[in-house]
Design a protein around this ligand. Sequence first.
Ligand code: BGC
Length: 742
Amino acid sequence: MERQLKLGLCAAALLAALPGLAMAAPKGSAQPWMNPKLGPDRRADLVLEKLSLDQQLALLHGEMPMFMGARKPAGVSISAGYLPGLPAMGIPPLTESDASLGVANAGRKDDDAAALPSGLALAATWDPKTAYAGGAMIGKEARQKGFNTLLAGGVNLLRDPRNGRNFEYLGEDPLLAGVMDGAAIRGIQSNHIVSTAKHYALNDQETGRMVADARIDEAALRESDLLAFEIAIEQGHPGSVMCAYNRVNGVYACENPFLLTDVLRTDWKYPGWVMSDWGAVHGVAAAKAGLDQESGQQLDKQVFFGAPLKTAVAAGEVSPARIHEMAHRYLRSLFAAGAVDHPVVAGGLDTAADSLVAQREAEQAIVLLKNGSPGTADQGILPLAKTARRIAVIGGHADIGVISGGGSSQVIPLGSKTFPKPAGAPQWGGGQVYHPSAPLAAIKARAAGAEVSFDEGADLARAAALAKSADVAVVFATQWSTEGMDIAARLDGEQDALIAAVAKANPTTVVVLETAGPVAMPWRSQVGAILEAWYPGGRGGEAIARVLFGEVNPKGRLPVTFPASEAQFARPVLPGADQHIVETLTPSAPKPFEVRYAEGSDVGYRAFAKSGQRPLYPFGHGLSYTAFRYSGLRVAGGKTLAASFTVTNTGSRAGVDTPQVYLTAAPRRKQQRLVGWSKVTLKPGESRQVRVTAPQRMLADWDGKAHGWRLDGGTYDVAVGPDAATPALKGSATVAAAVLKP
Ligand code: BGC
């Protein structure tokens, strides 16, 4: 009970922020470990030479400041985590903030922060530069708020549209998710602070996350969820990896030797430290398995990495060398990130400027799913005609702001408005937070001369009457999601009926979706246009309006398949749903259960390609106000594949296209895989030659016997297209046999 209460408090960050924290400047450069030329490993060892076992152990478990009472040092912010440094030695404390989508500040009064769009929105940009820019921005804000470690980099694959944390993650494809995560982490760490990658691994649903046992075979795991982490870690070099709450193949992720030691350390040669998720440690066995640091120690049944770990060392169960190694990994990451040489100094926050980074991201991320009038395929009703005299804006609290996701990642810019959360939501955490960027105001600002009316959408007949009286109706529709529970893959409440009623009254209806992820669209054929705006962040209203009016030509592409029905989900019935688990202050004790990932690495579009089923919208889909044509595919073989082709803008506006290259068959396997993409900006009539080279590993299968990635020599088939279901061009080439060591 107490633990659950604390867990709730953790993620909700209920207490007020203290003034920023200026950390101790590094002490005298005479100390040999302060010499940057020595490299992080040597520097860590030099520090460790001076530390007793007790001092080393003290680096291995961190606290939640809100539970420290009088022990909390002045100036330490109430946030996710804190661990004292070694001030006399110039080693700063560890000051951790949640940061999936900005520097989380739920419940901290008068604390401002810039809110990025959701992770799925970021993935919809397919643009690593945008990921880097967002990371760099929140890393800067972290420094300005006194944090040197961001609990960011969520890269769990989207295996189920109902996962309540999909909005923090980067979609269903390991290459896209890994590349985007790596870039975001690089951006964060460019500020000389640490970023995590999390939650390692297979925390792919929230229902029963503390007990669920994710079951999957090794090859499939390596080719899917682990591959996303592997790419993110290779490209982002996060200082830390956070292990997950759930079990993987029977063993808790945070005490799983296969995950933490065999794969992460031995195969991937990851040099950083593994921190636990908050409340995810179950005993000192975790230290033996490869966990280096217990986070949020007050949430565990005991501070396992305190006295019990010391006892285990005294009893010879854990070697002093292992303790040294754990502390080494932690310290070397602080050195490697620059957190020691550039201690954070709070101050200088400029959220107005930072929010423009969020707006640019949203503008890249919004996906035009449909643009036509009912009955006509190509005559789009978007962008909104300058001639529209009467515009009806309906629903979604569009007069107030844009919705955001709840839980530990919650960012609340000043001026946000909170509505009550639905029954059944975790008892901890806040309500439904709307970021203060009202689409209605942004539309009005652009609709000079037009009459823009708003109806909140509660009364269907009234909303329909307003729509009928207008030239165009723009309906805003939302789906709230939060850490700690899963959701239905549909719009909240009665919004489907609202859209149907509005569209019936006026077929020139545009639906703007602010959803966590894929939703059902029973009204799809009745409306003229659909924009997926995701959770668009702290300037989301502006971004949406700019797309609606054509100031921005839509360029987002779906990072996830939108299924046509729940029957198309990998698991139509959500595992654990029968237990009605709600993360409350009076918890039900969920019984352990298995989540069988029988689809293996056939996640999302790959499963659709295999079964031949048609989704509502395929992975990669996204329209533009112009049109593109692909021609002249040449595929070169050799060690890997390279596809060259021409993209032409055949429309009358400048636009950005994202041609995608899929592997469709290999010598012994038929599985569709995204192996690369490009982003091309083209003026009307302009053509460009594009060359996309597949990373060799993306063509390979994990071979357990060879303990490596095996490419069979032979013919590899490729499709180039605007999405996973439209092979506009096809080709093939011969690739040489190889085994790549992990
Ligand atoms: C979440 C993590 C988060 C941690 C600290 C946990 O409940 O799963 O993502 O970083 O809390 O707030």
